[in-house]
Design a protein around this ligand. Structure first.
Ligand code: IPE
Ligand code: IPE
Ligand code: MG
Length: 220
């Protein structure tokens, strides 16, 4: 199980949690719970494969439209999950997205995780997008007077690194306002497998597909 080319930056749209649960006769929240657990599994695996940056879409600027009960679950359950698994943290974690609308508990969790993870080097960084929207990010950058060219534009983004491989689980073939500028030359991989069921094997398959892609960036 070897890869000759490994993407340096992988982004994943963690979709399909609710449908995964509904199909099993469980409440949607169970899908979010299993999805949260799977983030630990896949982060470990992707790091072992040599990927240096992983950005995951956990909550979009549009997800506030969901029923209050679901939003509340998504904003509080991660606190509990992290509490039980915090000893496993052995890499940097950064959060991207708006901070001004997050409940205090979530803000405290973000600050706690970022602080704990500061001690690790940047050979592997997990970026978690919460209350993140690509269009909002671009509006923010458009107001930045320092932005003069592509290089300064990229540096002004919340996630300044280009995406090499963008994976979306859950079966939808769309980008849903994730990393719009950063995906300018990303390779896309869509799978019907829902996020809670997305396994180490599926991850390897996605990286194998990436390995065969011919990236030209406009050249020949
Ligand atoms: C992704 O799963 C997680 C979030 C958007 C928070 P969904 O909750 O969108 O699950 P589906 O797509 O409805 O199955
Ligand atoms: C995208 O999933 C956002 C996240 C995974 C956090 P959605 O379930 O919100 O996307 P749409 O509504 O199907 O486009
Ligand atoms: Mg969805």
């Amino acid at each position: 199980m070897k890869l000759s080319i490994v993407p340096s930056h992988v982004a994943i749209i963690l979709d399909g949690n609710g449908r995964w649960a509904s199909k099993r006769g469980l409440p949607r929240s169970q899908g979010h719970y299993q999805g949260g657990q799977n983030l630990f599994t896949i982060t470990k695996e992707i790091r072992k494969l040599g990927v240096q940056k992983l950005t995951v879409f956990a909550f979009s600027t549009e997800n506030w439209k969901r029923p209050k009960e679901e939003v509340d679950y998504l904003m509080t359950k991660p606190i509990e999950i992290f509490e039980t698994r915090k000893e496993e943290l052995d890499h940097q974690v950064k959060f991207i997205g708006r901070r001004d609308r997050l409940p205090q508990g979530m803000l405290d969790l973000i600050n706690d995780i970022e602080k704990r993870s500061e001690q690790f080097d940047d050979s592997f960084v997990l970026y978690v997008a919460i209350d993140y929207g690509g269009l909002e990010e671009l509006v923010h950058v458009a107001q930045n007077k320092e932005v003069k060219d592509i290089e300064s534009f990229k540096l002004a983004l919340m996630q300044p690194h280009d995406v090499d491989l963008l994976i979306r689980t859950g079966g939808e073939i769309r980008i849903s306002n994730f990393l719009l500028a950063q995906s300018a030359y990303a390779e896309f991989y869509f799978t019907k497998t829902s996020w809670p069921a997305f396994s180490k094997k599926e991850l390897f398959k996605a990286l194998k597909v990436f390995e065969k892609r011919q990236r030209r960036f406009g050249g020949l």
